[in-house]
Design a protein around this ligand. Structure first.
Ligand code: PHE
Ligand code: CO
Length: 296
């Protein structure tokens, strides 16, 4: 058995009831991972790579390979950092789990990505409510090799520090942007819709659901629309937002959000599953083109 993570308290946030951990940065206790821990990584790695072929963004798969991530063993942060530092100047730091918002923003603003050091137990293979090492490493780290996405993540951290100083509502708006891009984003690539969101790529069920199920909406990226859209943390998403490119993400989010937060404060939020007039709705599956008529 490896050591247990140290939870400090539970906290009611706008993301629901979540455990909050100590804010300390910890060394990855690599040599204390058990055989079971490595086996859990191997099972999840193989399974997701299989499912993600033809479903994940090219960039995502290519970058995992560039890192040399494999099913053989839980990667060492130190080795990933050597590749990452050279490519985009980001560094992974070990943490106990979900961080308080401001601590998290401060890490991102300084190009540090917090990675949970522990991996889920064998009985949690299919579902775990909070981020663990598999979600953080397999899901989030690959795109940090992409210079544009790397800049977007840092800008988000800076924007978070700023929003935190503006209002609780501004923070809710900004968190929705993270949710619908970094965690649950889809991208339109040459041969159809592909996944880049970390919350999707680390989930077997949602990797298929988000592209193939007729149930959810797939709507073209629209910053203001996203910031008004509520989300669920306990079910698959009812709506996914589709970017045309990683450039679109950074270009749309570069302007100062201060006036946007003011405007949003006077507007009602949009339920997670709603489709509005003017939404660019994508067809299911390969996402060939899109229909302005709202037929899914
Ligand atoms: N431009 C945003 C602001 O002024 C910062 C930001 C950039 C937020 C990228 C998210 C993503 O707050
Ligand atoms: Co995440």
């Amino acid at each position: 058995m490896s050591a247990e993570p140290r939870r400090v308290e539970h906290q009611q946030t706008d993301k629901g009831y979540v455990p909050v951990y100590t804010t300390a940065v910890v060394e990855q206790p690599w040599s204390s991972y058990s055989k079971d821990d490595h086996a859990t990584w191997a099972t999840l790695f193989r399974r997701q790579r299989e499912i993600l072929r033809g479903r994940a963004s090219r960039e995502f798969i290519a970058n995992q390979e560039r890192f040399g991530m494999s099913a053989d063993a839980i990667p060492r942060y130190e080795e990933l950092n050597a590749v990452l530092g050279k490519a985009t100047g980001w560094q992974l730091v070990g943490v106990e789990g979900l961080l308080p918002e401001l601590t998290f923003f401060d890490h991102l603003a300084n190009r540090r990505f917090p990675v949970t050091w522990w991996i889920r137990r064998p009985d949690q293979i299919d579902y775990i409510a909070e981020p663990d090492l598999f979600h953080d490493l397999f899901g989030h780290v690959p795109l940090l090799l992409n210079p544009i996405f790397a800049d977007y993540m840092q800008a988000y951290g800076r924007g978070g520090v700023k929003a935190h100083g503006i209002s609780a509502e501004a923070l809710v708006n900004l968190t929705r942007l993270y949710w619908y891009t970094v965690e649950f984003g889809l991208i339109r690539e040459a041969d159809g819709l592909r996944i880049y969101g970390s919350g999707i790529v680390s989930s077997k069920g949602e990797s298929i659901h988000c592209l193939e199920s007729p149930a959810p909406n797939r709507i073209g990226f629209d910053l203001e629309r996203i910031m008004r859209t509520r989300y669920r943390i306990d079910t698959y998403q009812k709506t996914y937002f589709v970017i045309d490119s990683y450039e679109q993400l950074i270009e749309a989010t570069l302007p100062d959000f201060t006036p946007l937060y003011e405007r949003l404060a006077t507007q009602a939020s949009i339920p997670a599953g709603e489709v509005l007039d003017g939404d660019r709705v994508f067809h299911r599956g390969t996402g060939e083109g899109w229909s302005g008529e709202g037929d899914v």
